[in-house]
Design a binder for this molecule. Structure first.
Ligand SMILES: Cc1cc2nc3c(=O)[nH]c(=O)nc-3n(C[C@H](O)[C@H](O)[C@H](O)COP(=O)(O)OP(=O)(O)OC[C@H]3O[C@@H](n4cnc5c(N)ncnc54)[C@H](O)[C@@H]3O)c2cc1C
Length: 302
C-alpha cells in the first residue's frame, strides 16, 4: 500500500512522518493499532501535494483531529493518517466580531482566544476535547449550543486537492452531522461570528458548564465521550442504558461508566474489540427491552 517511492516523495513535503505509529497515542480512548504512516502536515501546499501523492499511488488517507470521537481498530489503519499542525494552528481576529481559526486548533484554544477578546458564543464548547476541524465535521454541541450556530464559512481541500469554500447555508448541519460527514474533504480553516459580551460573564458561563461536566462525566478516564446519539427528542441513550441495568457492565477492559452510562471507559487496557463487543451488547439489550435502536456517535476507523 505505502511503497518506497511514495514514502520518499512524502519525505520531501513539509510534514513530520511517523511510520508504524500506534494510534493509541492519538485517541482519547487510548486504543488503536498502528497506522502504516502518521504525518503531521504544516502547510496548505504540503497538504495539497500529499493528497495528490495519495491519489497517484492509490494510498487511502484519513484526517484525524484530536481523536476524541474515534474507535480505531486493533489492526490499525491502512494508509496515511494526516494531522494538521503548523499554519493550521493559527487564530486571527477579523473585523465584525469574527474569528478565523485553523482546523488544527483545539476547541479549548479557540474558547480561550474568544474569551480573551470578550466574544461570546463558544462557551458551550468549553470542555469538548476536540479540534475545530473535528467539531465542524461532527457539528459538535453541548448544553443547548452547537457549532452550527457560530460558523459562518469553512474552507477545505477536496479529494482532488482543490481548495474550496462553503458558506453557512451550504454546510448542511444537523444533529452530529455536516456536509463533511463521510467525505474525504479536509477542513483547513473556519470562520466564526460571535457576540461581544463582558468577559466576566463569559468566564462565569464557561466555569458553570465545566463544573457540570466534571460532576456528570468520567472526564478522568479514557473514553470518546457519548458513544451513542440521542435516539429522539428528550430520549437519552444514557437513561435507556441505565434502565436496562447496564451501568457498570464490562466486557474485557471496556466498561459502561458508573458515572455516566452514555460513556464507555477504557479502564483496564481495553482493546477496540472489547469496546465494539460492548457497544453491540448494549444495542442488542436496549433494542430487546426498549424497542429502540441506538446509533453510534463514535466513529469506527480501520
Ligand atoms: C470526555 C469527552 C467529552 C465529550 N463531550 C462532547 C460534547 O459535549 N459534545 C460533542 O459534540 N462531542 C463531545 N465529545 C466528542 C468529541 O470531542 C467531538 O465529537 C469532537 O468534535 C471531535 O473532534 P476531534 O478533533 O477529536 O475529531 P476526531 O475524533 O479526530 O475525528 C472525528 C471525525 O472528524 C473528522 N475530522 C477531524 N478533523 C477534520 C478536518 N480537519 N477535516 C475534515 N474532517 C475532520 C475525522 O476524520 C473523523 O471522521 C466528547 C468526547 C470526550 C472524550
Amino acid at each position: 500500500m505505502i511503497n518506497e517511492n511514495f514514502f520518499n516523495l512524502l519525505k520531501q513535503q513539509n510534514a513530520v512522518l511517523y511510520p508504524n505509529e500506534p494510534m493509541s497515542k492519538h485517541t482519547t480512548f487510548h486504543i488503536g493499532g498502528n497506522a502504516d504512516c502518521f504525518c503531521e502536515v504544516k502547510t496548505i501546499n504540503s497538504l495539497k501535494n500529499i493528497i495528490l501523492l495519495c491519489k497517484k499511488y492509490a494510498v487511502p488517507y484519513f484526517i484525524i483531529g484530536l481523536g476524541s470521537n474515534l474507535l480505531v481498530s486493533d489492526n490499525g489503519i491502512k494508509g496515511l493518517v494526516i494531522k494538521l499542525g503548523g499554519e493550521f494552528n493559527a487564530i486571527t481576529l477579523l473585523e465584525d466580531n469574527t474569528i478565523r481559526c485553523g482546523a488544527g486548533v483545539s476547541l479549548a484554544g479557540l474558547c480561550v482566544f474568544a474569551r480573551k477578546m470578550s466574544l461570546s458564543g463558544l462557551e458551550f464548547a468549553w470542555g469538548i476535547p476536540g479540534s475545530v476541524g473535528g467539531a465542524v465535521y461532527m457539528n459538535a454541541g453541548a448544553y443547548d449550543g452547537e457549532i452550527k450556530n457560530v460558523v459562518t464559512s469553512v474552507r477545505y481541500i477536496d479529494n482532488q486537492s482543490f481548495q474550496k469554500k462553503y458558506s453557512k447555508d451550504e454546510l448542511d448541519f444537523s444533529y452530529r452531522h455536516s456536509v463533511f460527514t463521510d467525505t474525504d474533504n479536509i477542513i483547513t480553516d473556519v470562520t466564526f461570528r460571535l457576540e461581544p459580551k463582558p468577559q466576566e460573564l463569559i468566564i462565569d458561563r464557561m466555569q458553570e458548564l465545566m463544573d457540570r461536566r466534571k460532576a456528570k462525566q468520567p472526564i478522568n478516564h479514557p473514553s470518546a465521550g457519548s458513544v451513542f446519539k440521542r435516539p429522539g427528542k428528550n430520549i437519552y441513550a444514557a437513561a435507556l442504558i441505565e434502565e436496562c441495568g447496564l451501568k457498570g457492565f464490562a466486557i474485557g477492559g471496556a466498561e459502561v461508566s458508573t458515572k455516566h452510562s452514555g460513556f464507555i471507559v477504557n479502564d483496564h487496557n481495553a482493546t477496540a474489540q472489547d469496546v465494539k463487543q460492548l457497544i453491540e451488547h448494549i444495542q442488542k439489550v436496549v433494542l430487546e427491552k426498549k424497542g429502540i435502536q441506538l446509533c453510534c456517535e463514535v466513529k469506527f476507523i480501520g
